[in-house]
Ligand binder design. Structure first.
Ligand SMILES: [Zn+2]
Ligand SMILES: [Zn+2]
Length: 263
């Protein structure tokens, strides 16, 4: 059984009723560390020390600024004896970047942050001790943030495409055909052209092109569906599921996907 939890589903502006987007696979593989990470883990009853694998998509603050809090909590509260391994997967140069965040945020308290984890910069990797491997691929987003997505393959053959933050791009579309689940951001409303984000119109085009993949929308610009202030959740085809904070999916041995609605 595969389980993927979406503890947050908002874009950088944390629209009402949403925390920043993150993805948690099988309770131990975390994609991105948003500023609201610790709150998100606590709501789920999880400790930072239960996260064994950390994958980064890009350097924007809504995806990385929770890292110093994550490491601080781990070091002083959840795993003070350093009994739990942490493996971090990120682009070349990322180790210095996110370690520096710790030194800026908590000087003197996390000076050993580089020794607290095993760092991996390979573009393809097996996540030893799990049933997953990944290939990282470039996407179309603010270039200064070195943006990437992850094609995750389970040993049953199930493929999950995590697109990171990106506008429509060939790198995503070339992988979407063979993906069972596509986790797609929808960071901007239909109020203009945004090459670095999907808009609702882009999501509809995507869903029409890849009708066999389940499209899960996250990093949503809109407020949570029951909230009337801010941007309202757009109408999308029924094949597209707009995630809310706390939603999850489960995939069984036969590849059947169940959406677990938190509300
Ligand atoms: Zn973002
Ligand atoms: Zn971004």
């Amino acid at each position: 059984m595969i389980r993927i939890d979406f503890l947050g589903t908002g874009n950088a502006f944390t629209p009402s009723g949403r925390l920043h987007a993150l993805t948690l696979i099988d309770g131990k593989i975390l994609i991105d560390t948003p500023p609201t990470l610790i709150t998100q883990l606590r709501r789920k009853g999880l400790k930072t020390s239960e996260i064994e694998y950390l994958l980064f998509t890009h350097w924007h603050a809504d995806h990385t600024f929770g890292f110093p809090f994550f490491m601080l909590e781990r070091k002083y509260i959840s795993d003070p004896k350093r009994e739990k391994d942490l493996k971090i997967y990120l682009r070349p140069g990322g180790k210095e970047k996110i370690s520096n965040l710790c030194n800026i945020g908590f000087p003197g308290s996390l000076e050993d942050v580089e020794k607290m984890a095993h760092w991996h910069e390979e573009e393809m990797c097996e996540l030893a001790g799990t049933n997953w491997s990944f290939e990282r691929f470039p996407v179309c987003h603010t270039p200064e943030t070195d943006p990437h997505g992850y094609e995750l393959t389970h040993n049953t053959g199930i493929k999950v495409l995590h697109c990171g933050d990106s506008g429509p791009c060939e790198e995503i579309e070339s992988r979407a055909e063979s993906a069972d689940v596509v986790i797609l951001e929808m960071g901007m409303p239909d109020i203009g052209k945004f090459p670095y984000h999907y808009t609702p119109s882009d999501v509809i085009n995507f869903s029409n092109k890849f009708p066999k993949s389940l499209v899960l929308v996250t990093h949503n610009f809109a407020s949570s569906k029951n909230i009337s202030e801010g941007f309202r959740v757009p109408e999308l085809p029924k094949e597209v599921y707009q995630l809310e904070d706390g939603d999850a999916i489960e995939i069984n041995e036969n590849g059947e996907i169940k959406i677990i609605n938190n509300s």
